[in-house]
Design a protein around this ligand. Structure first.
Ligand SMILES: *[C@@H]1O[C@H](CO)[C@@H](O)[C@H](O)[C@H]1NC(C)=O
Ligand SMILES: *[C@@H]1O[C@H](CO)[C@@H](O)[C@H](O)[C@H]1NC(C)=O
Ligand SMILES: *[C@@H]1O[C@H](CO)[C@@H](O)[C@H](O)[C@H]1NC(C)=O
Length: 299
């Protein structure tokens, strides 16, 4: 047994609290990012949201100088004329940036991090859970991925979370949709496993692309019914793509699309590089080892 696996068994999950910067592309006032904030905070982490003022879905790795609001923030969460950077006066950890996801993430790392995290950089960046999956080629256009990749490129280990179920929904909806609660719990579960595996949480310049399958009333309706499967982002090209890490009796990982499409409740976990391509077998092996007590094989 590896030392860190032993440590993970001895320490209750969540007992190691870390500083986390959080962004998305669906906007700072979308329910999923707020639910994830609550779940990570309940697990003991110190979380700060730095996310776009508006829906910036599909903006990839775009960046731009934030501007004064010429219309309301999404869901009327701030008035016309609000400054380029703002926050909820009664909850200063909820910050918006009127620009793209990657710009919001950089502001979080450079400006909010030092302010909230005792002058230090965030230990981890999380994005999403995105409304809708980000699988395969879609990864290239996703702002949720763009923000995660921007963090990874700045030296912050990052995880992009996306979920199949739901539509963009305001933060103050009541009751909170079940899918939003389940995705937040699953994201916290994976985060806590990664944290329990010790530093560095991920190799340099590596991020995880995590996709949750649909939540429905009958089957996949609570976090404990889901399992996590190591996957690759793109379909391997014969003779060109190198082998994947050997696991589940093969050196070819399932694609994240295959994982999500498998009957049951399987969450895909792919290992990405900052060029948004799949990491090689050696880097996949680091993640496999770190998450070994969480990952399962597809049936
Ligand atoms: C958010 O933006 C995306 C991409 O432009 C668009 O498809 C989607 O409908 C928008 N969502 C809302 C609620 O307007
Ligand atoms: C700001 O925070 C307060 C207190 O938590 C909450 O009632 C309000 O809905 C929040 N508004 C936004 C836009 O986050
Ligand atoms: C977290 O993952 C473990 C291992 O798969 C599982 O036993 C547990 O039920 C999960 N908890 C939640 C809240 O998802």
């Amino acid at each position: 047994m590896h030392i860190h696996t032993l440590a993970a068994l001895l320490l209750p999950l969540g007992s190691q609290a870390i500083d986390i910067i959080s962004s998305n592309d669906d906007g700072w006032a979308e329910i999923n990012i707020r639910e994830l904030y609550s779940a990570l905070t309940d697990a003991g982490h110190s979380v700060v949201i730095s996310a776009p003022a508006e829906n910036e879905s599909g903006s990839g790795s775009d960046t731009g100088t934030p501007t004064v609001l010429t219309e309301e923030c999404e869901f009327d969460s701030c008035p016309v004329g609000s400054p380029a950077y703002g926050y909820n006066a009664s909850e200063p950890r909820f910050n918006y940036v009127n620009s793209y996801p990657a710009t919001a993430m950089q502001y979080g790392i450079d400006t909010l991090g030092p302010k909230f995290f005792d002058d230090s950089a965030p230990a981890l960046a999380v994005t999403g859970p995105n409304v809708g999956t980000n699988l395969g080629l879609v990864v290239l256009f996703s702002g949720t991925v763009g923000a995660a990749v921007s963090a990874a490129a700045s030296g912050i280990p990052a995880i992009a979370f996306s979920g199949d179920t739901g539509s963009q929904t305001a933060w103050d909806v009541s009751p909170v949709p079940l899918y939003s609660q389940v995705y937040a719990e699953l994201a916290t579960n994976l985060t806590d496993h990664l944290v329990a595996s010790g530093t560095p949480y991920l190799p340099d310049d590596i991020w995880l692309n995590v996709n949750f399958p649909a939540v429905d009333d009958d089957t996949c309706n609570s976090a404990d019914q889901f399992s996590f499967v190591l996957s690759r982002i793109y379909t391997a090209i014969p003779l060109i793509s190198g082998d994947d890490v050997e696991t589940c009796g093969t050196d070819r990982l399932p694609t994240e699309t295959e994982v999500i499409d498998t009957a049951g409740c399987y969450v895909s976990v792919s290992v990405g590089k900052t060029d948004k391509l799949d990491a090689d077998a050696t880097l996949q092996a680091v993640v496999l080892d770190k998450l070994s007590d969480l990952l399962v094989c597809l049936p």
